[in-house]
Design a binder for this molecule. Structure first.
Ligand code: X8Z
Ligand code: ZN
Length: 577
């Protein structure tokens, strides 16, 4: 089969036009599916996704006909990105490809429909309601029951996941990658192995801070729950940390902070005291971006988004930001509740929307972030500017912010950000091994917990055998969303924050600095966002921060006062597990 004579330029132009159209169709079908799950929307979305995958794969295969010496740098970058533009590639065999998309959607629906009625009740609760119990309840028997109840979802996901691994790997191999994990690792403008060494390097830099936080939290939990449930020198039971995956420990702050003797505030309470509605929370986020020079969101954002869980139908509640037509049809989809946590999630999501809008003038294949960690870091960077002083400025906190109280502030942030780091790392370290075949289906669950224990120092309740599939209880696994991006984002957001604080001309400590209202910081940020994926990510990083390397230094600087305090608290305590 000979390729028709066509130059790379016109080939790419036609490819980008086709992909824009097919991707927009797939987005529309997916939006309808995710906001109203039925057998019909499931099929429509699966078919639209299959078409997009087939088309992208076909273009990627045809692009190999061009000789690299005939390509300009921009053209070769576009061809490289074309091969990597999807998180999934279909095998050439149409049966395989149909089965892969069907099973992928099936995992997503199973997860979205998950319910569990806690022991002694008859009311099946969704993930959000179960999560609320984990955050607020202090009875370890209840916590263990709720944790175990939700994790039953993995059993139903396991068979689809196993087939998806086989078929997705087949697709990745046909495109020349050794497996799907290697394809995911190829998206960072460096050889896949070198990227794995980068993540290792960053982890090594932050690991001592994590171990210090872990030891402090374990001691306080032991005081609360007793040495039988929380033994010295052992991993912490995962269900005691206030979150279904022990990925953020913010919910247990009230227990830890009781005797800090410092003023603190409760954002959830402030929002409720001020009778703030879901849409008003989104307005707060929008106003922040506007204050640093971005345009207000389009009217259609407000009419087309889904802010809260609709009654009477199943939806994918996990928050996401959409760019339906790759132009200005921006949307937010979440099941927002009036909590401090969701206040932060809204800022996270709007960061995606403002990034999407900033790069919309780029050619289609560059309408992406510098790497996926950049996309995840932007909104979080803005949220780091939600300081007490900022909350006072926008009228949520009435008292002038106390001086002092920094340990309480920093501890709250560390429970959110530092506690997350090893989880952010382990989800894909595990999936990389699954995709490469190093971990087979007979050891999915054992390896998942070995790795989580080694990285995070947390342990499941007893009895997690291979009937279970606990990785499947985390959204991104059944949803086929790569996860290393969040680890990178948790490092990058402190780098971004530091650079923007400096651009704003502020000189206070990082955790007390807010870029709210700074046009200079906004201009610096926008310059990077507008680049999209047109350049390698070190160029984008340099535009914002002046550095070409991802660096945990700013994170360590941010938490330095807390680190000293934790080490003091930990004197005489054994670190590690
Ligand atoms: O999935 C998300 C966002 C959507 S991109 C809400 N996050 C990760 C998670 O919830 O596990 C944000 C932080 C980590
Ligand atoms: Zn995100």
């Amino acid at each position: 089969m000979d390729e028709p004579e066509i130059a790379p330029g016109p080939f790419l132009e036609a490819a980008e036009a086709r992909l824009l159209e097919t991707s927009t169709d797939a987005n529309r079908a997916d939006w309808v599916y995710q906001t109203h799950i039925t057998e019909d929307t499931e099929q429509l979305s699966a078919r639209a996704l299959a078409r997009l995958i087939a088309e992208t794969t076909d273009l990627a295969r045809r692009s190999t006909h061009f000789r690299s010496e005939d390509l300009s740098p921009v053209e070769s970058r576009k061809f490289r990105l074309l091969r990597l533009s999807l998180p999934l590639v279909a095998p050439g065999d149409p049966h395989d490809s149909e089965e892969l998309t069907r099973r992928t959607i099936a995992m997503s629906s199973t997860f979205a429909r998950g319910r569990y009625a806690p022991h002694g009740t008859s009311d099946p609760l969704d993930l959000q309601a179960l999560s609320r119990i984990l955050e607020e309840n202090r009875n370890p028997t209840v916590l263990e029951d709720v944790w175990t109840g939700w994790h039953r979802i993995g059993r139903a996901i396991r068979p689809d996941f196993q087939r998806y691994v086989e078929l997705a790997n087949r697709g990745a191999r046909e495109l020349g990658f050794s497996d799907l994990g290697a394809m995911w690792r190829s998206k960072y403008d460096m050889p896949p192995d070198e990227f794995a060494r980068e993540t290792d390097r960053l982890w090594k830099d932050v690991e001592p801070l994590y171990r210090s936080l872990h030891a402090y939290v374990r001691r306080r939990l032991r005081e609360a729950y007793g040495p039988d449930r929380v033994p010295d020198k052992e991993p912490i039971p995962a269900y005691l940390l206030g979150n279904m995956w022990a990925q953020s420990w913010e919910a247990i702050l009230p227990w830890l902070a009781r005797d800090l003797g410092e003023p603190t505030y409760d954002l959830t309470q402030l929002l409720r005291d001020h009778h703030v509605s879901p849409a008003e929370i989104v307005r707060f986020g929008e106003r922040f971006f506007v204050s640093i020079g971005f345009d207000p969101l389009p009217t259609t954002f407000w009419t087309r988004s889904m802010f809260t869980r609709p009654a009477g139908r199943d939806v994918v509640c996990h928050a996401s930001a959409w760019d339906v037509d790759f132009d200005d049809d921006l949307r937010l989809k979440m099941c927002l509740e009036i909590t401090g946590e969701d206040f932060m999630v809204v800022h996270h999501e709007l960061g995606h929307n403002y990034y999407q809008r900033a790069y919309r003038r780029q050619p289609f294949l560059f309408r992406e972030s510098a790497h996926d960690g950049f996309h995840e870091a932007v909104g979080d960077t803005i949220a780091l500017s939600i300081t007490p002083e900022y909350l006072r400025e926008i009228g949520l906190l009435s008292e002038s912010p106390e001086s002092g109280g920094d340990i309480a502030l920093l501890l709250r942030r560390a429970l959110e950000k530092v506690a997350f780091l090893p989880f952010g790392l382990v989800v894909d370290e595990w999936r990389w091994r699954v995709f490469s075949g190093e971990v087979g289906p007979a050891e999915y669950n054992r390896s998942w917990w070995e790795m989580r224990e080694a990285r995070q120092g947390v342990a499941p309740p007893p009895g997690r055998d291979e009937v279970e599939f606990d990785a499947g209880a985390k959204y991104h696994v059944p949803a086929n969303v790569p996860y290393m991006r969040y680890f990178l984002a948790h490092i990058l957001q402190f780098q971004f924050h530091q650079a923007l604080v400096r651009a704003a001309g502020l000189s206070g400590p990082l955790h007390r600095s807010s870029i709210y209202g700074s046009a200079a910081a906004g201009a610096r940020l926008r310059a990077m966002l507008e680049m999209g994926e047109s350049r390698e990510w070190p160029d984008a990083l340099e535009t914002l921060t002046g550095s070409r390397r991802m660096d945990a230094g700013p994170l360590l600087e941010y938490f330095a006062p807390l680190r000293r305090w934790l080490d003091e608290q930990n004197r005489g305590t054994t670190l590690g597990w």
